[in-house]
Ligand binder design. Structure first.
Ligand SMILES: Cc1cc2nc3c(=O)[nH]c(=O)nc-3n(C[C@H](O)[C@H](O)[C@H](O)COP(=O)(O)OP(=O)(O)OC[C@H]3O[C@@H](n4cnc5c(N)ncnc54)[C@H](O)[C@@H]3O)c2cc1C
Length: 480
């Protein structure tokens, strides 16, 4: 059989870019097909715009608190057009790096929408009409799209998703977020700080249900104190026009109420995207969650791999990158590398940030039985006091013997602290080792030193240790 390429990669977001460059670096002739913009969600409507916005929101917050630091600022104001200009610059800078890396590789880029004609042939429909390419192997990296909940009136009345939100010509006066996951929390806080009147309607009984309740409660208090209206257990029944505005009718505990805003933002989850790809002719199986892959990221068609959001597994850029390296290598080499999520962690970039590392207590209990949770507060850290960032705490989860299996941290720069725990989980470290490790003073990382010291104190407080030490002292007195 004649092939044009060894590997054809569909989708040039993080997963597609990384897997194509890896396959290319291993000597394969690679095609990378993209129907929209190279860079995918992360660059255009995800991580990069949202974190850039959050940075401006943080600067504004510090400016508003400037008197606290002895700095007087005259008449500061938020200029939305300038924020958008900075966003464009940030994007350009990051895009330049991606372009350079792709340019250095031998990957052939093809613009257009890819669809299978048979197991080895793709039809690519671009500006200049359709073309066909044949490849020996494929990597699918087609990403995900926002879930549109089945709410009466929603499609008719219109809504924003993240893409539309960042491209608004004017700062929105009011927004209602449908959803209360990490992305909604981040954007609600950013816009709230800029002065937009923000409402969040969350169906579940807590924001960010994957995080510990006590962590999310802390954030909830902060969001509410900043003026964001958050309704939990909110069942939306319909949306409708209200003059120039949009009205959302919902009930909490059976009591119906309604709120109005200029725009509705959907943040109700994501779904895998492989519409119109004709996966059946290629023999690729999928379910509601995404493309079905094994631990080598191979689909039911053994010459086709998948990675990133389209597999429905860990919808993060760093997870897409991690999986893409495995998929790229497996598609070229007969190595059969397995994807290992042991060091997976994620961060929600609210202020303060929330980092989630390793197992939750519930997951840990299933594997290890009894679990200890150790809490260390940022307000006990000199650095946090100096910075005026003393809000938050770290919860460290360990086995009975002190082995660190996970952590959740809410606090300033929690994301930068996460790798300390990631390394500990990976290496099977004991929490007591943090007491023996030197952490520079004054740093936020001393939170781990405090946790280690506390673990020692608890250990010394145990009846067994106390009896042992008492015996030792008596023996010492007797023989000295
Ligand atoms: C607001 C927001 C903030 C986020 N913040 C973070 C964050 O801080 N940290 C983090 O880790 N993650 C974050 N994410 C998630 C992150 O953006 C995604 O997990 C990541 O971008 C997924 O990469 P991907 O390559 O799998 O998919 P994508 O980047 O979506 O790439 C898929 C590409 O495939 C193309 N495509 C699809 N079908 C076809 C076809 N048939 N033919 C040709 N091309 C096709 C699409 O056009 C797209 O460009 C955020 C997401 C959002 C929405």
């Amino acid at each position: 059989m004649q092939f044009d390429f060894d590997v054809a990669v569909v989708g040039a977001g993080t997963a597609g870019l990384v897997s194509s460059v890896v396959a290319d670096s291993l000597g394969a002739k690679v095609a990378l097909i993209e129907r929209d913009k190279v860079g995918g969600e992360c660059l255009w409507r995800g991580c990069v715009p949202s974190k850039t916005l959050l940075r401006s929101a943080k600067v504004w917050e510090i400016v508003k608190r400037s008197e606290e630091f002895g700095v007087h600022v005259e008449k500061p104001k938020v200029v939305w057009s300038a924020i958008r200009l900075r966003l464009a610059d940030v994007r350009d800078e990051i895009r330049k790096g991606e372009r350079e890396e792709l340019g250095k590789s031998g990957v052939t880029q093809i613009a257009g929408n890819a669809s299978f004609l048979d197991g080895h042939t793709l039809e690519i429909t671009g500006k200049n009409g359709p073309q066909q390419i044949r490849a020996r192997k494929f990597i699918l990296a087609t990403g995900s799209s926002p879930v549109v909940p089945d709410v009466e009136g929603l499609k008719e009345i219109g809504f924003l998703t993240y893409e539309g939100l960042f491209e608004r010509p004017n700062l929105p006066k009011s927004l209602i977020f449908i959803g209360g996951g990490p992305l909604a929390c981040e954007m609600a806080q950013a816009f709230g700080r800029f002065g937009t009147r923000v409402v969040m309607l969350q169906k579940a009984e807590q924001l960010m249900p994957r995080e510990e309740k006590v962590v999310v409660e802390h954030l909830l208090q902060i969001l509410r104190a900043e003026g964001i209206m958050v309704h939990l257990n909110a069942e939306i029944s319909r949306v409708e026009e209200a003059g120039e505005r949009k009205r959302v009718v919902f009930s909490v505990d059976g009591v119906e109420q309604s709120l109005e805003a200029g725009e509705i933002v959907l943040a109700a989850g994501k779904q895998p995207r492989f519409d119109g790809m004709n996966l059946n002719v290629a023999g690729v199986q999928f379910n509601e969650k995404g493309l079905i892959v094994d631990e080598k990221l191979q689909t039911s068609a053994r010459h086709i791999w998948a990675c990133g959001d389209c597999t429905g597994e860990h919808l993060f850029t760093h997870a897409a990158e991690h999986a893409a390296k495995i998929a790229g290598a497996n598609a070229v080499l007969p190595v059969g590398l397995k994807v290992d999520w042991k060091t997976l962690n994620w961060v929600t970039y609210t202020d303060p940030e929330i980092a989630h590392i390793g197992q939750s207590p519930e997951e840990a209990r299933r594997e290890w039985g009894e679990i200890e949770t150790l809490r260390a507060d940022f307000k006990t850290l000199d650095r946090a006091i100096i910075e005026g960032e003393a809000s938050g705490f770290a919860l460290i989860f360990t086995t009975k013997s002190g082995r660190i299996v996970g952590a959740q941290i809410i606090g300033s720069g929690a994301g930068e602290l996460a790798p300390v725990v990631v390394a500990a989980v990976r290496d099977g470290a004991l929490i007591q080792e943090w007491a023996e490790t030197i952490f520079a003073y004054p740093t936020m990382s001393e939170i781990f030193h405090k946790a280690g010291n506390e673990a020692y104190r608890v250990q010394l407080d145990s009846p067994v240790v106390k009896t042992g030490l008492g015996l030792w002292h008596r023996l010492e007195q007797k023989f000295s």
